[in-house]
Design a protein around this ligand. Sequence first.
Ligand code: SF4
Length: 580
Amino acid sequence: MTSAPSSEGASTPEESYAETTPLGLRGDIDETPVKPAPKRARKGKAEGQWALGYREPLNKNEQSKKDDNPLNVRARIENIYAHRGFDSIDPADLRGRFRWMGLYTQRAEGFPGTDTGHVEEEELDASYFMLRVRVDGGALTTEQLRVIGEISQTFARDTADITDRENVQLHWIRVEDVPEIWRRLEAVNLSTTEACGDCPRVVLGSPVAGISADEVIDGTPAITEIVERFIGDRSLSNLPRKFKTAISGQQDVAHEVNDVSFVGVVHPEHGPGFDIHVGGGLSTNPKLAVRLGAWVPLEEVPDVWHAVVQTFRDYGYRRLRTRARIKFLIADWGPERFRQVMEDEYLHRKLIDGPAPEAIAGTIDHVGIHDQTDGRKFVGVAPPAGRTSGSTLVGVAKAAEDVGSTRVRLTPYQKLLVLDVAEDRVETLTNALDHLGLPARPSVFRRATMACTGLEFCKLAFVDTKNRAGDLVGELEKLCADVAGDLHDPISIHLNGCPNSCARVQVADIGLKGQIVNDADGNPAAGFQVHLGGGLGLDSGFGRKLRGHKVLSDDLGPYVERLVRAFVENRAEGERFAQW
Ligand code: SF4
């Protein structure tokens, strides 16, 4: 079948790709000093670790990144492909380097999941793209939101999904339109650079940074500096695999499942700062991040982040894509050795030991109407499984501006917030959002349901997820109307279209992993493997995957209803689903 929806690409400073690209375009020269290769070691060769001197590519993705820095693809898109069209695109760019500019080929129509058994990747490629707009910290102005919405209306058939990494994804993008889209995005300081690929992806941040009474510290300055200094930096554009970062003064960014996270904590001597976690990630080998046991003040976060990324770049495994994420290095080394190598070889100083933040119970999704520290309010709404449209985003921008707000936020739970609303304008705003189909007081089911892209657009999917999730919410609102009020904490329901876990299936109360199952007549049909009782925070752990615990997509509503009723009837006082 197809390869994982990951990344390929980027060459590094050390490589002499600088002269010309495979297509004859001149690339930039990166003059970062080359790290001397230490003594050879068999393990290093087996895993292709650069720091141990092994630079020969061990798979085609590594070869592609060595052949040409993926960031060079931007020039080819602007100068060649946008003029000559989809069929002119070099395959190594199309399925590899385009990702560094936020572009994935979209699944062709007419390939339902049940029929894709032995289809080659090329057959699944539509001549359209998904374009991911990175929204670092989840922070947008209303002007930026309007520009994204208008781009969607003009170039993306009015599609716009809010992802669980605070990005916006547009679909049906033609390569011919990409330069104009970039021009419009960059005019309002937005970017698609390194939104995908083996590089530092969008930096998650608290959607309420700077306005929340619950945060230990505002991480926004660190996010801003990391983006300005390091996104598009060619010395970091060829990592072994994608690299996900989260920085928040409170526990609202799923920090346990990021490659590196900085979580707000108060040091008894030094005051507010951040606790570092590394090595989290889900997919087919899920791992929760582990603490390095170090405390970092706000102003040092970018340098420490840089040291972590460099350690991963040089010591990360590059033989198998399936073992390349930093979580595998951390699992082999342990946090103590990782911290020591990072301190000794990259940071060149010791970090301060620090305490762990106290884990919280439940999920902070910021949905509803809440107080800000400055006396104003913020309003959080729940688009169904993150699905909106360009028209809706334009409408939200106008609704926010009509009540005097210029700031909106996206969340890692596929939600959308309007900040800075005077108390006497809240009702005006919530009425306007209601008209856009975005109630500020959604049902518990709408609030806690997430879904990945799924069969509609993703080439790796087996089943539909977005539309199924939206329908499921409607079904549960009817089927469970009499018990919804008894759910003190919403039960999280996450739908994935395949085992890759883009919607964090293993850490949901009810995780649904898309696959083809047999229906009652033994015929293949869309369905889900069920994971039960996963969670983050105080409930950190992966859901139980019971053998044979699978459900047909068509039967999902009644199945979840039975689970919800059983929980409500049998739980102990105060018990959460993950504890049940
Ligand atoms: Fe695609 Fe969903 Fe699988 Fe991610 S989890 S690769 S979006 S089907």
